[in-house]
Design a protein around this ligand. Structure first.
Ligand code: DSN
Length: 439
């Protein structure tokens, strides 16, 4: 993070009147600095992204879209939002983008609202096989409102494309979702599109996890084959927390989808309407400003090096785990994460997560395919490298991290050993400063 300005953002380091709250923020900064962050969906934004988030566009209501708002005084936020949209379009070579969704779940909610009617069928990856809540979990709006069908992964841990095709041909869902929260392999978007074309289905890719690697051309390009693409902005894209929706082509809506008032519109128009007024009110223009900053950083050539480093680190880490007889689902990774089945180590995901927490190593418990434990316990952990890569760690450091993880997991009841690793973690991470110190 050497390219960042020297001063920390005012909201973190200027003493504010609310000392109670700012003390907590400083504690969180210290937690982040002194730990090894391996939660696959987390990252560290640049200082200028942080700064943009804490700025005055937060004071502005701007329901609507640039040039067509329901409030006065929107001329500057129009420029901010347009800048974010134009930068995002350039990153993914797409023709239309909406930067207003407050999160990935909101983005996905808007996609459903635009293309599906309650009770209609769609097909997505099962949550227990690595999918996301919004891909049809019975606990989520997607599973409650629509008729969710699921495909899974094979015993080898690869998406079961045959099962996907069989279900698609039999059930004829209106939409097929590709994308996952805990899947370490790339996707065959072309194959999914082929079966979708047979049955006239819409293909929707949720690239929240690998978006930064797709942006830099390091993974298959979903835009070539998928009608609609959504993402979060805070994972491998390294921006503020938020969501986005994109189209490479302004699909002319061959499905004849209609607005709530019964009008036929283009897909981009339907999606805009589904975000606002369909499911959100005023956009968070300070967050959109921060998205614009992050998109500018992604367009810089250095971001491709970041993406390459993420993949190299993930592969080095996967190898270090396999060398210690950890059971990686699909035996490795193509992207930024890996999923590990801990049953051969006689550990649950819950126990591993909680014990590693004590040593300042953060990751999350995760169900593994064909898990026999509840989602609160799980048999596995998900490990990701986007955040440690941002801090500057290299493939050789992955071996060090895995050896520390192994030391903790093989000595879960030994508080002395865990504390020794915690001290080791703190001193190891000193070499990778996270945000500069106050002058
Ligand atoms: N909660 C995110 C994750 O951790 O993958 C997905 O939304």
């Amino acid at each position: 993070m050497n390219h960042l300005p020297k001063k920390l953002p005012i909201q973190i380091h200027t003493m504010q009147k609310d000392t109670v709250l700012f003390e907590l923020i400083n504690k969180e900064l210290s937690r982040q600095r002194n730990g090894i962050e391996l939660i696959a969906s987390e990252n560290f934004t640049s200082l200028q992204v942080l700064q943009a988030m804490g700025t005055v566009p937060t004071n502005k209501y701007a329901e609507g879209y640039p040039g067509k708002r329901y409030y006065g005084g929107c001329e500057i936020v129009d420029e901010i939002e347009t800048l974010a949209i134009e930068r995002l379009k350039k990153i993914f070579n797409c023709s239309w983008a909406n930067v207003q969704p407050h999160s990935g779940a909101q983005a996905n909610g808007a996609v459903f609202l635009a293309v599906m009617k309650p009770g209609e069928k769609f097909l997505g990856l099962d949550l227990s096989m690595g999918g996301h809540l919004t891909h049809g979990s019975p606990a989520n709006f997607s599973g409650k409102t629509y008729h969710a069908l699921h495909y899974g992964v094979t015993k080898e841990g690869i998406v079961d494309y045959e099962q996907l095709e069989t279900i698609a041909r039999k059930e004829k869902p209106k939409m097929i979702i590709c994308g996952a929260s805990a899947y370490s392999r790339d996707w065959d978007y072309q194959r999914i599109r082929a079966v979708a074309d047979e049955i006239g289905a819409i293909v929707f890719a949720d690239i929240a996890h690998p978006a930064g690697l797709i942006a830099t051309g390091l993974l298959n390009d979903p835009f070539e084959h998928c009608h609609i693409v959504s993402s979060t902005t805070h994972k491998t894209l390294r921006g503020p927390r938020g969501g986005i929706i994109m189209l490479r082509h302004d699909f002319e809506n061959p499905w004849g989808l209609k607005t709530p008032k019964g009008a036929t519109r283009t897909m981009s128009n339907l999606l805009d309407l589904a975000v606002f007024p369909g499911s959100q009110g005023g956009p968070l223009e300070h967050i959109i400003a921060a998205k614009a900053v992050a998109f500018g950083e992604i367009l810089d050539s250095s971001f491709k090096m970041y993406g390459q480093q993420v993949i190299q680190n993930a592969q080095a880490m996967a190898k270090a785990f396999v060398d210690r007889d950890y059971n990686l689902i699909s035996n490795g990774t193509d992207n930024h994460l890996m999923l590990i089945d801990l049953r051969n180590k006689n550990l649950t995901g819950k126990k591993a997560q909680e014990t590693l927490d004590k040593a300042n190593i953060t990751l999350n418990k995760n169900a593994v395919p064909f898990d026999d434990k509840s989602p609160f316990v799980t048999s596995g952990i998900r490990v990701g490298v986007p955040a440690v890569t941002t801090r500057g760690l290299q493939p050789k450091d992955m071996e060090t991290i895995v050896s520390m993880i192994d030391k903790v997991l093989m000595n879960c009841e030994d508080e002395k050993q865990i504390d020794a690793v915690k001290q080791e973690v703190k001193s190891f991470m000193q070499a990778f400063p996270l945000y500069p110190e106050l002058p």
